[in-house]
Design a protein around this ligand. Structure first.
Ligand code: ADP
Ligand code: MG
Length: 227
């Protein structure tokens, strides 16, 4: 069964002039797959990921995630859906620098209040350990290196056990060694927890290792490679 079904999606930006950025995009994603989205700068990768993350819902066509249509939902429904089902890792990690690493990871779960605080803390520690930054847990986030902060951002994206983890060039500001390591961690997490990963990348080596690559050119799907 498909976890994500994208049908005939088009997207226009109206400012500064009307411009079509996505043109009749259709594809499907099965649960637990590792998907990469590639293409030249300006081809529409970030725009597509923002639609899929439900942070932008002004589009034509249909995006169904976990059997739910995203088009036409109001903001509070979307925010709730996101909090429960989607974890997002940005290129620049956006941790709260003055908070501890542990606090940063716990925050999305504290917001959801699905578990008692002690349990959230326990899970956050587990994730940090799994990601190799357990010893940093009680430091302020700003004291960590870029690679370490990116691992913390991944732990934070995973704390609510989302169905889907999305990243917009999440390894883009890391060197190739750390970038490969972070990619392997994504893979490991998806294998262990059955999570679906959707990652924008311009790193060909990473794309080749994913289950499926959606290649965009000028806002259209140029090629879908299934491995
Ligand atoms: P990519 O991530 O592949 O580099 P983007 O999705 O960021 O590409 O951008 C695709 C096109 O849409 C580009 O031409 C970009 O200039 C344009 N664009 C992106 N965001 C906006 C916006 N908020 N308003 C107007 N145009 C935008
Ligand atoms: Mg982009």
């Amino acid at each position: 069964m498909n976890l994500i079904t994208v049908k005939n999606v088009s997207k226009y930006f109206l400012q500064p002039t009307r411009m079509q950025v996505l043109n009749d995009i259709s594809f499907e994603v099965e649960k637990s797959k590792f998907i990469t989205i590639t293409g030249k700068s300006g081809s529409g990768k970030s725009t597509l990921l923002y639609l899929l993350s439900t942070m932008d819902t002004r589009f034509e066509g249909s995006i169904r995630i976990n059997q739910e249509e995203m088009l036409g939902r109001n903001n509070s429904w979307l925010a709730d859906f996101r909090n429960h089902h989607i974890g997002f890792v940005f290129q620049f990690h956006y941790l709260l620098p003055e908070f501890t690493v542990l606090r940063n990871v716990m925050l999305p779960a504290l917001k959801l209040r699905r578990y008692p605080v002690a349990e959230i803390e326990h899970r956050a520690m587990e994730l940090l350990q799994l990601l190799g930054v357990g010893e940093q847990a009680h430091k302020r986030a700003s004291l960590l290196s870029g690679g370490q902060q990116q691992r913390v951002a991944i732990a934070r994206a995973m704390i609510n056990e989302p169905l889907i983890i999305m990243g917009d060039e999440p390894t883009g500001n890391l060197d190739s060694y750390n970038s490969a390591a972070v990619f392997e961690l994504f893979r490991k997490m998806s294998a262990e927890k059955g999570q679906t990963i959707l990652m924008v990348t311009h790193d060909e080596d990473i794309a080749r290792k994913s289950d499926q690559t959606i290649h965009l050119a000028d806002g259209k799907i140029d090629e879908i490679m299934v491995r």
